[in-house]
Design a protein around this ligand. Sequence first.
Ligand code: 3PG
Length: 395
Amino acid sequence: LDDLLGEGVSGRRVLVRADLNVPFDKNNPGVISDDGRARAVLPTLVALRDAGARVIVVSHLGRPKGAPDPKYTLAPVAARLGELLGAPVAFAADTVGDDAAAKVEALQDGQVLLLENLRFNAGETSKDDAERAAFAAQLASFADYYVDDAFGAVHRKHASVYDVPAVLPHYAGGLVLREVEVLKKVTESPEQPYVVVLGGSKVSDKLAVIKALLPKVDKLLVGGGMCFTFLKAQGHEVGKSLLEEDMVATCRDLLSEAQGRIVLPVDVVAATEFSADAGHVTVDASEIPADRLGLDIGPKSVALFAQAVGSAKTVFWNGPMGVFELAPFAAGTRGVAEAITKIDGFSVVGGGDSAAAVRTLGLDESAFGHISTGGGASLEYLEGKTLPGIEALEK
Ligand code: 3PG
């Protein structure tokens, strides 16, 4: 971005790919529950605006099926961006249609426009190279330059991430650069001991990263919904807890390969149903009643995990330890997160739900070394995969 600003962008149109895929409050449609991703891209937007560029922002939101779907409109995000920028952000009701074209045309120097959700267009996520390229050409026709500051989406081979930079002069935004720098350090030369904390609901989503990390880590602490498949693999009954039957054998293999380096919860908070009002008890992880489901790790597990992260020089954390959105099941995530803030070393929070947890639980963001905006993207980086968005920028 500094290179682009150095060239002078006054009066030029700059297409900024941002990741404005923010979570919304489940009880209040249209109300953003965590605007961290919008804040993260502000420095780039402000720098371009202050340099007199005409800024066209594009993003996805959720996973609509390639056609307009009001549930996934970016309109509330345009309003929030305007508040954060202290100036109105224009909003186009389509991405490359007549409204977008008219609003791009009307854009003045230093103004910001957000186009409607990229994924309302089948070309954005198409597996067909020609279809993606055709959509990318429409987007590119709006601008003179392209800036990618959507770290959370660099692992997607999508038109706005991979194909637009093939046809426009392209630059990395400050957020993308900072994220890559931190994750590179953690991947290539983590200071030892290196402890990884993984949570979230599914083992299958994290399998590749577990396999890639196992040889590198001193300890891999597993909480969240995915711990029950591991507990089952250890021979415990898990009641009505989340379970991926088809992953039990894989978990058994991982546990044996890890030779004690995978650490599982020793107690869990088990409830009668998935609800904040459900009756709940703390039980040993080996004694989950048949009619209950585990919704958080228990206090003994928090102490065990805190001790493990306490001796680490590098900690990477991805995924909540329990259903932190429901108050009775937030203590596990809070306890482990607080332990991470106290380490005498470098900590990275790997995006998505864990970053949202840090903010919604009111934890001190500055106490973490780095809070990534990328969930899947940071995991794929740690796996050592080539990320299409980074590859396209490097070309
Ligand atoms: C994310 O939330 O990880 C990014 O915004 C990417 O979203 P996606 O998984 O729907 O591509």
